[in-house]
Design a protein around this ligand. Structure first.
Ligand SMILES: Cc1ncc(COP(=O)(O)O)c(C=O)c1O
Length: 426
């Protein structure tokens, strides 16, 4: 992983990667566009969408004994095994919810309502799905909510800042793996180790929605009690959020049918397509990993695939920041500011926040749209942005989030469009 500026895919592989995704060059109306809002919903794998349709077309109920039901059960078992592969998790329970937010609220509720303590700890950079769940259940259970502040120099939250809030009375620590505003990764390994040095049996829940498609998760190194992902931000389909819960967290009282086993989390009939689509995601990452590794074991191939994605995305990030011979980078571009621009790219996922001297964020997003580029305005009036932006002292930012299936040439095209927008007058 010693590639401070990343390592782009070879051309032939880039071509193969792009062939596997939908709407890379054109949107669903056939219009040319650069979709750089993958932190809001990623490019989809053709195989995931096809498999979703195939499996959801099967009318059979999974909880039967006939052949089709057994087939659906196998699809679910395979998808569950694949989620464990993705997380490097052993045991525990898998929960297929409709959204990552739903899974997060349920996990926080189970811990808050059933584990003793006087306080709950989280960070200012959380998505509302965890921040609001922590606020709600801290209020309901009469706990103090402690919030770790962000670090504007890194765009993340320092380990020390979190650990100093944890004590023997902490019921739950809830942290985001990487910020969906700045792309900064939190040092989860250190957070888990040091927080548990303060309280060895501390319950820890992690929001991995942002980070999972960009970097490796390894629960053997970061043993937490709950973690969620959103397949629609991970090359898959909407209407699906997955969580894994540890053995001890799984048996905490939670919403369930009383006849089901104590560690069972699905409420009602799970949709087999969710598991089928997840398997396609893991298959794809393993296929990619096979270009970089001779391994045969699925987790090893998955690791190699995610590492290849991480390095290619770092090369894209480096290109956006510093440019190429063909296009000036954002760091040196007149009229453009790069926010939360931590120099060490190994600590960042592929997300950038930028601003324009002469345009506000909303004007800039419209200007991009007119030029066939989709980006997202993070403004302080949005419930999804305000707390995080305030913590950094920012009024707003244009969020730029390409994906590994984008090429260096597309970064150059984006830089050209940005230069044009920077020269506009409001
Ligand atoms: C970091 C993070 N966590 C959680 C969520 C919630 O995901 P979902 O929309 O599936 O509930 C999002 C979605 O934007 C997110 O970016």
């Amino acid at each position: 992983m010693n590639h401070p500026k990343g390592r782009a895919f070879p051309d032939a592989l880039m071509h193969e990667v792009r062939r596997r995704f939908l709407h890379i060059e054109r949107d669903h109306h056939g219009r040319e566009r650069l979709y750089f809002d993958n932190a809001g919903g990623s490019y989809r794998l053709k195989a995931a969408v096809e498999r979703f349709a195939q499996v959801d077309a099967i009318p059979d109920n999974t909880e039967r004994i006939h052949e089709a039901a057994v087939e659906l059960q196998a699809i679910q078992a395979r998808g569950s095994a694949d989620l464990r592969t993705l997380l490097n998790a052993e045991g525990g329970s898998i929960y297929a919810a409709l959204t990552a937010s739903g899974a997060m609220f349920d996990m926080v509720r189970a811990v808050a309502e059933n584990v003793a303590g006087t306080n709950m700890v989280t960070t200012v950079l959380e998505h509302p799905s965890s921040f609001d769940a922590m606020t709600l259940y801290a209020q309901k259970t009469g706990r103090e909510l402690r919030v770790a502040k962000s670090n504007p120099a890194t765009g993340g939250v320092d380990v020390e800042e979190i650990v100093r809030l944890v004590d023997a009375g902490t019921c739950l620590l809830n942290v985001i793996y990487a910020s969906n505003i700045s792309g900064a990764k939190l040092d989860l390994e250190q957070i888990v180790r040091r927080a548990r040095a303060v309280k060895p049996d501390l319950y820890i829940i992690v929001d991995a929605v942002q980070h999972a498609p960009h970097g490796l998760i390894d629960l053997q190194k970061t043993p937490v009690d709950g973690i969620n992902i959103a397949p629609y931000k991970f090359f898959g389909c909407r209407g699906s959020g997955f969580a894994w819960v540890s053995e001890r967290a799984a048996v905490l009282p939670h919403h369930k049918l009383s006849g089901k086993k104590p560690d069972f989390w699905d409420l009602g009939s799970a949709a087999p397509w969710q598991f089928a689509a997840l398997t396609q995601i893991v298959d794809y990452v393993c296929w990619l990993g096979g270009h970089f590794s001779d391994a045969t074991q699925r987790r090893a191939l998955f690791e190699a695939g995610i590492e290849a994605i991480e390095l290619h995305e770092r090369a894209l990030l480096s290109t956006l920041l510093d440019g190429t011979a063909a296009a000036a980078g954002l760091r040196g571009m007149e009229g453009v500011q790069v926010f939360l621009d931590h120099a060490d790219l190994t600590k960042r996922d592929l997300i950038l926040g930028i601003g324009f001297d002469r345009l506000d964020c909303t004007q800039a997003v419209h200007a991009y749209g007119q030029r066939g580029v989709t980006v997202y305005e993070r403004v302080a009036s949005s419930i999804y942005s305000k707390r995080m932006l305030d913590s950094f002292g920012l009024e707003g930012a244009v969020r730029v989030s390409p994906l590994h299936c984008n090429s260096i040439t597309e970064m150059e095209r984006f830089l050209g469009v940005t230069r044009e927008i920077a020269s506009l007058r409001p």
